[in-house]
Design a protein around this ligand. Sequence first.
Ligand code: ATP
Ligand code: MG
Length: 437
Amino acid sequence: MTEQTAKQPKAQKLVGVKGMNDILPPDSAQWEWLEAQVRGLMARYAYRNVRLPIVEPTALFVRGLGEVTDIVEKEMYSFEDRLNGEQLTLRPEGTAGLVRAVVEHNLLYEGGKRLYYMGPMFRHERPQRGRYRQFHQIGAEVLGFGGPEVDAELILLASDLWKELGLKDVRLELNSLGQPDERKAHRTALIAHFEQHAELLDEDAKRRLHSNPLRILDTKNPAMAPVVESAPKLLDFLGEASLAHFNAVKAILDANDIAYRINPRLVRGMDYYNLTVFEFITESLGSQGTICGGGRYDYLVEQVGGKPAPAVGWALGVERVLELVKEQGEALAAPAPDVYAIIPDTAALPVAIKTLQVLRAAGVSAQMHAGTGEGMGSMKSQFKKADASGAAFGLIFGGDELARGEVTVKSLRDGQGAQRTERLDHVPEWAASLKSL
Ligand code: ATP
Ligand code: MG
């Protein structure tokens, strides 16, 4: 430090960006647990992982999601690349980027693909419970298959996940948005309906009346509920093929005892959907109750410049799912090491550390007591730290034991502090007795 900086007043504390959260221990253990459950389940369904950039060209979202959507109109973090002037956006969702990658790398060349991703998304929303500016999604997407069986497979996959996470009271809502020509007829009826009740429309709805009237059904304004409730239903405009697709999805769900409710007003927030759309909703999280949403998007691949290919997928909100886990899932024990090494004197460090390395190699989780830089601290304070760590055993590397080639193993959880000594030259033989996993 130079003399000048040393004299300056204490630096002002910098804080993170509003609505963007740090995920720290012990909460991060829940995240890792959820991610592990997802990886296992995806593997059982033969879905493969993709990892995609967080920044994409702005045009991808404008074209993919639709210009007249909440996300594109007001929620995107967009900026110009200072070096080359390119318009870029922090991804607000995962599907558009995934489709961009699938097209760019010609992934459908050999047939359909089942893919999944996990990662942060960015939307400039008003931060509140269950709604953040950086949040995380896990998404599953199936591309190249047009049949109702993959729609159903994705719903079964999500339902299995809720089961594995111990979630109850998650209900499934289902709708069909039909095909573009069916939507055209519905759109005309919808505009007529809203025009008839123009006095009941809010500003957003008035603005969207002619550009994107379907979006009005997705309103979050409770005052609009009656006029939305009485609006013409898209389901009544579906032709034979769309109805057959919808019925086939329902039949597979019925055969697998998946309960659902048809919600004719469910339209989802992006323009890319057609046919099947669905949401998983809970009443336990207040107004941010949708934990997962998805549907078919058969025209997006083409819109992004690829050879036409059908597709369907969903995305879940990790923060909301974890909050639900906390509320009704099985409680997860905070992670704790198997052993805590108590090291009375720095002279014992080399042997202690070498022993811990052998234990770790044998699968034991071992935490070393670390000193202040001026010694290891009193035994009392070391035992306190050992207890606080939650370790099942304390390993005491005392001078007398070491001189005999031994270490003391003391139980920290049984209340009686039972202890024994073990040989330092036979660590692999007793390592397993310390393992909790
Ligand atoms: P909402 O209607 O709650 O705004 P959405 O329709 O905008 O949700 P999607 O784009 O379908 O949400 O994203 C899928 C899931 O991601 C949502 O169901 C939700 O669980 C989660 N999600 C969306 N936006 C946020 C956010 N700002 N903060 C936290 N989670 C979010
Ligand atoms: Mg939203």
